[in-house]
Design a protein around this ligand. Sequence first.
Ligand code: B12
Length: 270
Amino acid sequence: MKFLNASNDKLTDTIIKAAKSHGAALAGIANVAVLKHSPSHRIYGKMSHHAWVLSRDRNHEKKLGEIEWPEGARSAVVIAIAHEADKPDLDWWDGHQGTKGNRILIKIINTLAQWVEQELNINTHPLPYHVERGGIFLKDAAVMAGLGCIGKNNLLVTPEFGPRVRLRAMLLDAELAPNGPMDFNPCEDCDAPCMQICPRNAFSRVICSPGEMDIADLPGRNGCYSRTLCNIQMEKDIKNADVIKTSGDHEPYALIKYCRRCEITCRAGK
Ligand code: B12
């Protein structure tokens, strides 16, 4: 526990270094008190629940519209791994509990949490992917942790990999110096091929306004992103899944390749 009396800045650097040595491509710290008031965490209680795209198994769910922040949590560690276009299998839902990429993220967060508890004597709360199971909104957390900005495609866009990243987080019972947000806006002069390529026209019209939601930062930046239309494509991708037959007595499984067009076509990070 050689870092006990380290300053908050030093602790932040130490944890980011540790996250990268555990395999994270990007890592940053966000402040929980600020995050609680981020656009997604504020809009969570305002959107009608039928609009929610929820996890399939509803057993472990928390009350919709409410985030249960752990009592002592003061900081969020947000990590990202690259999901470049030439490694599509990282994002395929392959019948083994999610995707290869998500399993890598889970491993990094769990080993990092152990290291932080042992070396820094700081209590950690590794978070699940689904918000309704106790997770937080990862894109907002990533912006506040200095990993990038929300693009016109409604995704976190990073300088290094554009939006071709996947995120995971854990909370810490310690107040650390946050790293974000960063001054970065690659969409400013971009003609947004990400919005034009969407097979569902999920960016074609403004569906919620700042006045209506009392929030300036909306889905797709100006409220033009439709999760309902996007989800229709995701359901279609599930229907079009390849059924993979395995040797031995393993059950065949569906290999789901989700759309990703608004993500892959983005020029940032290329
Ligand atoms: C539910 C969910 C879905 C749903 C609904 C998505 C939605 N955005 O509503 C569906 C199934 C449709 C979906 C689709 C996809 N998803 Co998804 N999804 C999630 C999940 C679990 C929660 C997201 C959510 O509901 N957010 C709440 C809604 C209301 O917020 P929002 O639409 O993002 O809008 C907010 C932001 O834009 C923000 N904002 C706007 N401007 C600004 C400015 C600042 C400074 C800040 C702080 C915030 C901010 O404010 C808006 C609210 O007012 C997250 C994981 C997580 N726990 O966060 C993954 C996640 C967002 N998904 C991800 C991905 C990759 C996808 C897909 C590309 C998958 C695919 N089809 O190929 C698509 C792309 C959709 C898109 N372009 O946004 C990744 C995104 C990675 C990245 N680079 O950002 C995540 C983070 C998962 C992960 N582990 O990495 N998803």
